[in-house]
Design a protein around this ligand. Structure first.
Ligand SMILES: Cc1cc2nc3c(=O)[nH]c(=O)nc-3n(C[C@H](O)[C@H](O)[C@H](O)COP(=O)(O)OP(=O)(O)OC[C@H]3O[C@@H](n4cnc5c(N)ncnc54)[C@H](O)[C@@H]3O)c2cc1C
Length: 391
């Protein structure tokens, strides 16, 4: 007997755990992604491009950029609302969510948390409005999981700083107006606010990616980039500076990855309902339903975890190792869901006509950036045993 189908998260009733204001913000972002972005994503992905400037302005007027920060033109929403916005953006594409994460959680957060009043006034209002784009340069060609080994150096010359080195895999790099660059000094690792029109700075784009194609990824080349002493972030000294920013972005991914998974699952359910195989809908076969049930369980459990972590963050008690729990679980499950959904669409699943393969490919990057799965296992392992096994 047929009954009215429920959505996977509808089945879990997770909306009841989200307060009205946060739901309203989520719905605005969802409508924007559905109407303005989704229809164009496949084309951007195929072309390996994204109109970052135009999108940044639109996202700025929606109030999404740095939305969970207070003051300087930022919306000052709850962390839960920010997470939910990430989820809707990534239901569009991980590249879109990356644009927003890097802008808000990495570049803006670094300036907001560690910057001088002058740096905040100069950059944050324009970045919140999407008039200026930021990037965050930590990773280097030889130092990804181990950023403490970085070779980029900042050397004092009179009152100035002179930066030289290379950063790799930098989201928004080639379109950024400002780069937050982390460099080794004689003292410790420090952060620098680098306007990208400073002589000696260039950001060649990295092409031929099979993942995050609707996202700008670049190398940052710093050849004797001379900056005034005021360019250094005064409140960040040591690796804890960039790590505090990564923690913010990882938190957004806990929700974001579920957006991609939800989009895959909803697509697969709709497809299975329409596709007739041996004279009946694919959705009416037990094997298909077992897949859908198992994937819905993981999506719903991931959502409960994300909302729990969101609540802890709003209370101000969220610990980095708890963010690792969420990032590790939700990205791992999202990629498994995307791959399983692809089997339901079979051949049709490999095309850009459906979003599934695009999400699956994107999630490969999401699994790697902001701490690989292995790094998060090590963070959790250390929390459980008290033993650091990183080296
Ligand atoms: C699309 C994309 C966008 C990105 N955007 C940015 C950005 O905006 N800014 C930025 O700074 N970086 C960015 N990154 C870089 C990203 O953060 C790094 O790729 C990531 O930290 C991993 O570094 P790596 O690729 O050098 O891998 P490696 O560190 O070389 O790791 C290789 C393998 O070794 C494993 N490994 C590492 N340590 C251990 C250990 N102790 N024990 C066992 N295994 C270990 C890793 O998990 C991985 O499986 C981006 C990456 C991608 C793909």
């Amino acid at each position: 007997m047929a009954s009215t189908p429920q959505s996977p998260l509808g089945l879990f009733g997770t909306d009841a755990l989200i307060d009205e204001d946060d739901r309203a913000i989520r719905d605005v972002v969802r409508t924007y992604v559905e109407e303005k972005v989704k229809p164009q994503l496949a084309d951007w992905y195929e072309a390996g491009t994204i109109p970052a400037r135009e999108l940044a302005r639109e996202l700025g007027s929606l109030g999404v950029l740095g939305m969970h920060l207070e003051g300087y033109g930022c919306a000052g929403t709850s962390a839960t609302a920010y997470g939910l916005a990430c989820m809707e953006l990534e239901a569009g594409d991980s590249g879109l969510r990356s644009l927003v994460s890097v802008q808000g959680s990495l570049a803006m957060f670094a300036i907001w948390k560690h910057g001088s009043e002058e740096q905040k006034q100069e950059w944050l209002p324009r970045m919140a409005a999407g008039e200026a784009i930021g990037c965050f340069g930590l990773t280097e060609p030889d130092f990804g999981s181990d950023p403490g080994g970085m070779r980029t150096r900042a050397v004092r010359d009179g009152d100035d700083w002179v930066l030289s080195g290379n950063k790799m895999w930098i989201t928004n790099g080639a379109v950024a107006d400002v780069a937050v660059v982390w460099a080794q000094t004689d003292d410790r690792i420090r952060g620098f606010v680098v306007p990208t029109d400073t002589p000696g700075f260039s950001a060649p784009e990295i092409k031929k990616k099979m993942s995050l194609r609707a996202s700008v990824t670049a190398e940052l080349v710093l050849e004797d980039v001379r900056l005034p002493s005021s360019a250094m972030l005064p409140e960040a000294a040591g690796l804890s500076g960039p790590l505090s920013c990564l923690n913010e972005a990882r938190y957004g991914i806990v929700f974001g990855a579920l957006g991609a998974a939800r989009d895959c699952l909803e697509t697969a359910i709709a497809y299975a309902g329409d596709r007739l195989i041996f004279d009946k809908p694919l959705a009416a076969y037990q094997l298909t339903q077992a897949k859908l049930a198992d994937m819905s369980l993981e999506l719903g459990k991931g959502m409960l975890l994300a909302l729990h972590l969101g609540r802890l963050k709003d209370q101000g008690t969220l610990a980095p190792q708890q963010v690792s729990l969420g990032k590790l679980n939700n990205v791992r499950e999202a990629i498994a869901i995307a791959r399983e959904c692809r089997t339901i669409l079979a051949a049709a699943g490999i095309t850009l006509e459906y979003p599934i393969m695009r999400h699956a490919n994107n999630l490969e990057s999401v699994l790697t950036y902001e701490g690989t799965s292995e790094v998060h296992q090590l963070v959790i392992g250390q929390a459980l045993t008290g033993q650091a096994a990183f080296r």
